[in-house]
Write a new protein. Sequence first.
Length: 314
Amino acid sequence: MEYIVYHDTNYPTGWVCEDIANQVSAFLRGKGFKELDASDLAKWMERIIEENRCGDSVVVFSQDIVPDTICHSPSPSSLVRRYLDSGGKIVWFGDNPFYYQGQDPSKPQIDAPTGTDKKSKHSLEWNLNGPYGVLGVIPIFMSSPSSKVKITRKGKNLGLKNQWYSNRPITRRGIGFRGNLSVLGTSSPLYPISTEEILLMKKERSLMNTLIDSSSKILGLISAMTAVFAALYGVLTGGALLIWVVVAIFALVPFVYLGYWYTKLRKVFASAWLKNFNSEHPKSGFLRIWDFQPYKIDEEMLAELYNVSVERAE
């Protein structure tokens, strides 16, 4: 097996700050991983693909922005995707994978294509074209509190232990999944009208959230109108008891609906997952963990990262 950790201080990183990237790289080097910069990583991927040995390798990204040397465009024709298609394994944590492309600071910067923005001097924003184009996954942007990530049985078997609060999960079903997505950790929004889903470059709410938003307003209006009619009926007929019975019943409608949403309608997203791209190597693929902005990584988390990377679950 070849164990590689990508680390290049000349290239940008996102949510994973330089100190944490240095810490991860140093820890994995101490465990036998070989550190490669952006240029050497591209050369290594080309060679291992040609030698048909991708199934016996793992690459851990200590920085959460992909370098241009292995991903020239947000498409499945990129070198990093060819590595995955050939049975390679990548471990990623931090911000959305392939949302940004890190560019070589020694080369003249190419103007951003229409519809993209520059994050920094040497980082090009691909937006959702990146994760969808390269991996075929649809990220979700948690715009409000979510439940703590629940590690699934598959996740525990792989070695995941620590829980976190999810910021960048993905939908569990969609185009290109076809049963090759293993969900390792799940999370859900805490409130009915709280999570804004951005799908395929369109900043719009999901159908479910739109229905919840609309129906909650309708139910609130129905409750209010019923209370008014009950009050008028009570005044005209003198049925004061009927007024309070009807008001009490319809005052419970929003709470009943909220309970139904929580138990039946609330979406469950994948916050940790493994997507396989080569059926001949079922344990290979793109492994995503820790979809939040880490401010520090302790020894326990480093050990967990190592275990899931080499599949040494206790």
